[in-house]
Design a protein around this ligand. Structure first.
Ligand code: NAP
Length: 313
C-alpha cells in the first residue's frame, strides 16, 4: 500500500502481532541464508524499520541499511546484535524485557527440579518398563537448599522469588553488589559456586560473559553441586562442563541453552546426570504473544515519531 513504510522482518511473529505488523507496514520477509539476507538488505537500502531476532544482526547489516530508524528485536538477549555498529549508525535497538520474566523463572525452576529430582529420567523409567523391576533410585531434595544466582537482573530476581517459595537460601553474583537486595553477594562466581547447592546462570551472553563458567567454577561447585544454565550457551565452557559431568566433578546440569544450538554434543546426550531442553525459557503461547506485541509496539512507536519503548542502550 502506498502510504505504508517498508519493514523488513528477519524473524517470524505469532499470527495476531504479524497481522498488526502488516496493517502498519509494507512487510518484507528477508531470506534466512546470511549471504542472501545481506543481498536482500542491499536491494532495499531505503528501509527504515526492521523486526529481527537478537541472535544475529552484524555490522554489515547496518551498513547495508543506511536509513534505518530502529531494529526491533524479539527476545531479551541481543548478544547477536553488533551494538557498537548500531551506536555508530545512531540506530536504536530494542528488545522485549520484563514480559518474559515469569515464564523464564518458571522454566528455571522446572530445570532445577528436573535435574535434582531426575524428572526426565523418571519419565523414561516408567515408559521403558524399568519400574516393573523395582523403584527408581533416590534423588536430591530441592527445598531448603542453597541457590546461587549468577546474574540477579530482571529474570534473576524473579527466579529468586520462586526459589524462596521452595524455602531456598539465596545468594548472587554480578559485576557489582546491588543496593536494596536482601541476598548475600559474592564478588567471584567461583565463591558463589562453592557456597551453593545449585548454581543458576541467568546473565546475558556475549563477550562479557564468554566461558564465565569454566573448569575453576565447576570444581568449586563440587561433586554435590548442580548447574542450571538458562542464559546463553556461550556463558559455559561446554567441553569443561562435559568433563565435569563425566568425571563426577559436579553432580548434574540442567541446560536450556547450548554453545551451538540446535546442535548438542553427543557427549552431553549420552549422559544421565543432565536434564536438557531446546531453549524454551520463554516458550509459552502467552509469553511469546506478549514478546511479539512488544516487537510491534516498538516499531509503531518509532514510526509515529515517538521514542522506542524498550531501548537496550
Ligand atoms: P538483565 O535484567 O539485564 O540482568 C542481567 C544480569 O546479569 C544483571 O544482574 C547483571 O548484573 C548481570 N551481568 C551482566 N553482565 C554481566 C557480566 N559480564 N558478568 C556478570 N554478570 C553480568 O537481563 P534479564 O532480562 O534478566 O535477562 C538475562 C538474560 O537471560 C538475557 O540476556 C538472555 O541471554 C537470557 N534469557 C534466556 C532465555 C531462555 O529462553 N533461555 C529467555 C530470556 C532471557 P551486573 O550489571 O551487576 O553485572
Amino acid at each position: 500500500m502506498a502510504n505504508k513504510p517498508d519493514c523488513i522482518a528477519t524473524t517470524t511473529l505469532r499470527p495476531t502481532p504479524w497481522a498488526r505488523l502488516q496493517s502498519e507496514f509494507n512487510l518484507l520477509v528477508a531470506p534466512t541464508d546470511p549471504a542472501e539476507r545481506l543481498a536482500f538488505f542491499k536491494a532495499h537500502p531505503d528501509t527504515r524499520f526492521v523486526a529481527a531476532s537478537g541472535h544475529s544482526f552484524p555490522a554489515e547489516y547496518f551498513q547495508a541499511l543506511p536509513k534505518l530508524e530502529i531494529v526491533s528485536c524479539f527476545g531479551v538477549g541481543y548478544d547477536g546484535v553488533d551494538v557498537a555498529a548500531a551506536k555508530a549508525a545512531k540506530v536504536p535497538v530494542t528488545n522485549t524485557p520484563d514480559v518474559l520474566n515469569d515464564c523464564v523463572a518458571d522454566t528455571t525452576m522446572g530445570m532445577v527440579l528436573g535435574v535434582m529430582r531426575k524428572l526426565p529420567q523418571a519419565d523414561r523409567f516408567v515408559r521403558d518398563g524399568s519400574w516393573l523391576k523395582g523403584g527408581q533410585a533416590l534423588t536430591t531434595s530441592v527445598h531448603h537448599k542453597k541457590m546461587g544466582i549468577a546474574g540477579l537482573g530482571r529474570i534473576g530476581k524473579t527466579i529468586a522469588k520462586r526459589a524462596q517459595g521452595f524455602d531456598m537460601e539465596i545468594a548472587y553474583y554480578g559485576r557489582s553488589k546491588q543496593a536494596d537486595v536482601p541476598f548475600q553477594y559474592f564478588a567471584d562466581v567461583a565463591d558463589l559456586a562453592a557456597w551453593c547447592d545449585v548454581l543458576v546462570i541467568i546473565t546475558p551472553g556475549g563477550a562479557g560473559t564468554r566461558n564465565m563458567i569454566d573448569a575453576r567454577v565447576l570444581k568449586a561447585l563440587g561433586p554435590k553441586g548442580y548447574l542450571v544454565n538458562i542464559s546463553r550457551g556461550s556463558v559455559v565452557d561446554e567441553p569443561a562442563l562435559i568433563e565435569a559431568l563425566k568425571s563426577g566433578a559436579i553432580a548434574g546440569a540442567g541446560l536450556d541453552v547450548f554453545a551451538d544450538e540446535p546442535r548438542v554434543p553427543e557427549a552431553l546426550l549420552a549422559l544421565d546426570n543432565v536434564a536438557l531442553a531446546p531453549h524454551v525459557g520463554s516458550a509459552t503461547n502467552e509469553t511469546r504473544e506478549a514478546m511479539c506485541n512488544l516487537v510491534v509496539d516498538n516499531l509503531v512507536a518509532v514510526k509515529n515519531g515517538k521514542k522506542p519503548l524498550t531501548p537496550v542502550y
